[in-house]
Write a protein of this length. Structure first.
Length: 282
């Protein structure tokens, strides 16, 4: 269990992968994991679609990480299409595979789900899901250094975060961010709110122009001035933009470690080369 790693008190280093869009491509993910395991991550998390469409692949990849690579797997699980029956089936399969860690998420509304079905979902919030699984699994949750888009203020968001922790969350993975000062402010606010749950800093290197728009839209993360300058400087040179983006992420990592963060979680985008470059730098 990831709890055993946390109990050592060491700085955690982890990364995230996602299932392929086509089931036939799952071997490509296995190959990427074989490459990325050489950076010796403490755990690898595996995403899960809001509607559960790739749940079988999430289980298969999590099992591969745990049983073939000998690394702790953190399986994501989202609420929108989850029923008690589906949850029981899913967690039973997890136990069969020896999987013990879940990242419980509310999840976004799937494109093919009606508003009525989404609003009437059985597990309304991540805290509801946490309460249902905490007795059998190590449960992690998500947090947002610049607040969840649905929260009116960062203070409201932290109150909701406390509900998840009270429900049984034992560790938090942060949404990606590009401004370390905002993360430090978030940690300070959590501390003042009495939250002492381990919080891992989520980092994603920007390697393409297209990624900038996509990531900011998905994460609600702000872009600091020095990163804007880098993007503008190298926007017409993809190779240099990739290099500068990874270097910026490494600088983030080193500063975070200098400030004693509990851990670093890399959104690796299934790219072993990025994981190796990122974790090799000290």
């Amino acid at each position: 269990m990831i709890s055993d790693i946390l109990n050592t008190g060491k700085t955690i280093f982890s990364l995230e992968v996602f299932p392929p869009k086509k089931t036939d491509d799952i071997d490509l993910v296995y190959h990427a994991i074989d490459e990325m395991k050489t950076v010796n991550p403490d755990f690898i998390s595996v995403t899960y679609g809001a509607g559960g469409s790739n749940s079988k692949e999430t289980l298969a990849i999590s099992s591969y990480i745990h049983n073939n690579c000998g690394i702790e797997a953190l399986s994501h699980l989202t609420c929108p299409a989850l029923t008690p029956e589906h949850l029981l089936d899913y967690t039973s399969k997890m136990k069969e595979y020896g999987l013990t860690n879940i990242l419980a998420l509310r999840g976004d509304k799937p494109r093919d789900m009606s508003d009525d079905n989404f609003n009437n979902r059985h597990f309304k919030y991540a805290s509801d899901l946490v309460a249902a699984i905490k007795d059998d699994f190590f449960v992690a949750g998500a947090c947002y250094p610049e607040k969840h888009p649905d929260s009116a203020t960062i203070y409201d968001d932290i109150e909701n975060l406390k509900k998840k922790i009270d429900a049984g969350v034992q560790m938090l993975n942060s949404q990606l961010f590009f401004d370390n000062q905002k993360f430090y402010r978030f940690l300070d606010l959590c501390d003042k709110a009495g939250i002492d749950t381990p919080i891992l800093a989520g980092i994603m290197p920007i390697t393409t122009l297209r990624q900038v728009v996509t990531m900011v839209d998905m994460s609600n993360a702000s872009i600091p001035a020095d990163l804007v300058l880098l993007i503008d400087k190298y926007r017409d040179n993809p190779a240099d933009l990739r290099k500068a983006g990874i270097e910026f992420a490494i600088k983030q990592k080193l500063d975070l470690l200098k400030h004693g963060v509990r851990g670093i979680h890399l959104y690796a985008m299934n790219k072993p080369d990025i994981a190796k470059e990122f974790f090799a730098a000290h």
